[in-house]
Design a protein around this ligand. Structure first.
Ligand code: ZN
Ligand code: ZN
Length: 277
């Protein structure tokens, strides 16, 4: 269990994010990054991304209300299953990536928080939510050499001003001291939103949308980070680009796992943009 941020925040947050003094000393870059965001919180007091309660970026109550994905998932694509195994989709068409895992289901406060991170310029939420990715990664046996966020198209990046996947991925890279690159993988064409598309159309929508740079990825095990996964088709295509550029293997990590029904609910409010990102 990762224990983060002890002594840094309010009593409530201490219960959730705990780290010993010794652990903090061994993660100086992670600590510096966290302190930077904590300082920003002092200047611009945050509200919770899940419930709008003032005081914290991501409160304990919202974390407790999130449905955490544990062992009962597909060992390949990470989709929820009654018990651990390989889902039918992965049995019929095995993904190119080695495995995909997510922290929680795309619902309730977590969906609100991701919406806020992506569309409300709440960049500090990336750092707070990124701690959960640390927890998930620590439970795997993956040995990543490089962490890359799922890239935005240049058009989307210009509009939003930041890549939410980078904000989520950076704490993971700093905590585990794994190199991080936003140049290793590029989105070479703007794609339509995946929301509302059938699984087969999603694959087509992102087909050949990415390009990787062999200088960064050749012979390396890559961890690709994103905010939400639904069918895993974006990670599948990122993996294709990375393997074409000589990567050894690819794993995926997302904060949330959505289902088609989650997306239908989200189309009322708020509207997600999985993989449009
Ligand atoms: Zn909250
Ligand atoms: Zn699967």
């Amino acid at each position: 269990m990762v224990r983060l941020d002890q002594c840094l925040d309010s009593d409530e947050q201490m219960e959730v994010h705990r780290i010993t003094a010794a652990e903090l000393q061994s993660h100086p870059a992670f600590l510096f990054h966290h302190l930077m965001w904590t300082t920003i919180d002092w200047i611009f007091p945050p509200v919770c991304g899940g419930c709008d309660r003032p005081g914290l970026r991501w409160c304990l109550k919202c974390q407790q209300q999130t449905t955490i994905l544990k062992d009962a998932v597909c060992q390949s694509c990470g989709c929820p299953l009654p018990k651990a195994g390989i889902c039918q989709e992965c049995q019929s068409i095995p993904p190119l990536y080695r495995a995909l895992r997510s922290w929680g289901t795309y619902s309730g406060p977590l969906r609100n928080a991701i919406h806020r991170l992506k569309y409300k310029n709440d960049m500090g939420l990336g750092e707070a939510l990124g701690h959960h990715l640390i927890q998930v990664y620590e439970q795997t046996q993956w040995q990543a050499d490089l962490i890359v966020p799922v890239p935005l198209s240049s058009q989307r990046l210009r509009e939003r001003g930041y890549n939410q996947a980078s904000l989520l991925a950076r704490p993971v890279a700093l905590y585990f001291k794994i190199p991080f690159s936003t140049r290793a993988l590029k989105r070479v064409r703007h794609t339509e939103a995946q929301v509302g598309l059938k699984a087969s159309d999603r694959i087509q929508n992102v087909h050949n949308a990415f390009e990787a740079n062999p200088t960064f990825v050749a012979n390396k095990t890559i961890l690709v980070v994103d905010d939400v996964a639904t069918t895993g088709s974006t990670l599948h295509e990122c993996t294709r680009a990375l393997l074409d550029a000589g990567a050894k293997s690819v794993y995926g990590l997302t904060l949330a796992r959505a289902t088609f029904s989650d997306e239908i609910l989200s189309q009322v409010s708020p509207i997600p943009e999985e993989n449009q990102s």
